[in-house]
Design a protein around this ligand. Structure first.
Ligand code: AOF
Ligand code: ZN
Length: 362
């Protein structure tokens, strides 16, 4: 095997391990580490949860003697004191002789300093192995670190004729049980689920991840410009945080909602509605890496019109709801073909009788 092939092989294992943290590491990135000597894996580890050991430290703890080994890490080892001490120091102390990483840490507290520190200690360093896969795995963390905004994914369920509900709003259920189970995985991967007040008033949703695995539950976020939330809403009774973002300063209503467990935040408005960019910046400040939008046509249309959606996951069911049914995106003022929003198809797969379609903006 060439060195490049060997490096890719063990990095693939590190990425596989990193993915095990998909439902639990946020706000930290998903990171995996493999320690290899003479082509044998001595030990491995992954970052399970913020506050617990980083991947490198977990891997080092799993071996008796790591000296002379190569460490494959899916993210540059950290050089700073966060909740835990620097991984660089641990690798140097253990006598690792080569460190291969998939990508630099976009965290401004690290960003290259970890690699520099390792080199200065005489360790051979190689960066960029399976970089694309590593970038995809932590796209939310990277976007928060570099753009101060979370990665935004909108999940939509529609009929074959592109309808997401009947005219009355009734929408249970368009897609199959298999697709709905898949949505639970999207929720588990997300740090927040974003919806609008009208969806909450109509459906009284739980917006939690119901999945048979350990999950750090996403934060529920409701955009409620005029503070119409009812204190009786089901989500207030569920474990975890429920945030109401509003443009209306009504202390009495706020305190009624706070009493039942809601957190209420006053945010700026634009044209009579919450400023969506301010909403995303607020969520980044709350350390939200990945947002899943589960909303109606108005919020989805507004996010699309402002080019704030990074990925669309659309489940298409083999049923027809007719032309009285509701559409996916409300975009007032769209008249001509030149106004059309063009997306790029990234993935197609069959789930039960439904199709799962993944799109990104062009
Ligand atoms: C690594 N290995 O497994 C992870 C890293 O507050 P802390 O101590 O948990 O540090 C969090 C930061 O450390 C995080 O923002 C990112 O820069 C880095 N994550 N680094 O060497 C790991 N999870
Ligand atoms: Zn670290």
């Amino acid at each position: 095997m060439t060195t490049a092939a060997r490096d890719a092989f063990f990095m693939a294992r590190a990425l596989y391990l990193a993915k095990k943290g998909s439902y639990t590491t946020a706000p930290n990135p998903r990171v995996g580490c493999v320690l290899v000597k003479d082509d044998l894996i001595l030990g491995e580890g992954w970052h399970v949860k913020a506050g617990l050991g980083h991947a490198e430290v977990v891997a080092l703890e799993s071996v008796f003697d790591a000296s002379g080994s190569t460490a494959y890490v899916s993210l540059e080892p950290c050089s700073h004191y966060g909740r835990t001490p620097p991984c660089c120091d641990a690798l140097i102390k253990a006598g690792v002789s080569r460190v291969v990483v998939a990508m630099q840490d976009p965290n401004p507290q690290v960003s290259g300093r970890g690699l520099k520190k390792l080199k200065a200690a005489g360790i051979e360093v190689c960066c960029g192995v399976l970089q694309e896969e590593a970038l995809a795995l932590n796209r939310g963390f990277i976007k928060r670190m570099t753009q101060n905004r979370p990665f935004v994914r909108s999940k939509l369920a529609m009929s074959l004729d592109g309808r997401t509900a009947m005219a009355s709003g009734e929408s249970k259920w368009i897609t199959s049980a298999e697709s709905r189970a898949d949505v639970q995985r999207l929720r588990a991967e997300s740090s927040a689920i974003l919806t609008g007040i009208n969806t909450v008033l109509a459906d009284d949703p739980s917006l939690n991840a119901r999945i048979d695995q350990t999950v750090v539950q996403p934060v529920r976020v409701v955009l409620d410009t005029h503070l119409k939330m009812r204190p009786e809403a089901r989500m207030a009774t569920l474990p975890g945080r429920s945030l109401i973002l509003t443009g209306t300063d009504n202390p009495q209503k706020q305190s009624a909602l706070q009493t039942v467990g809601f957190e209420v935040y006053l945010l700026p408005c634009k044209n009579g509605r919450l400023d969506l960019l301010a909403v995303l910046e607020f969520l980044a400040a709350q350390q939200i890496n990945e947002v899943l939008v589960e909303a109606g046509a108005v919020l989805n249309g507004a996010l699309l019109a402002e080019a704030l959606i990074d990925e669309y996951v659309i489940y298409m069911a083999p049923c027809i709801l007719g032309d009285q049914g509701r559409g996916l995106f409300s975009i007032p003022g769209m008249q001509q073909m030149t106004d059309k929003k063009q997306l790029k198809l990234r993935d197609v797969r069959q789930i039960g009788q439904d199709l799962k379609l993944t799109y990104t903006p062009l």
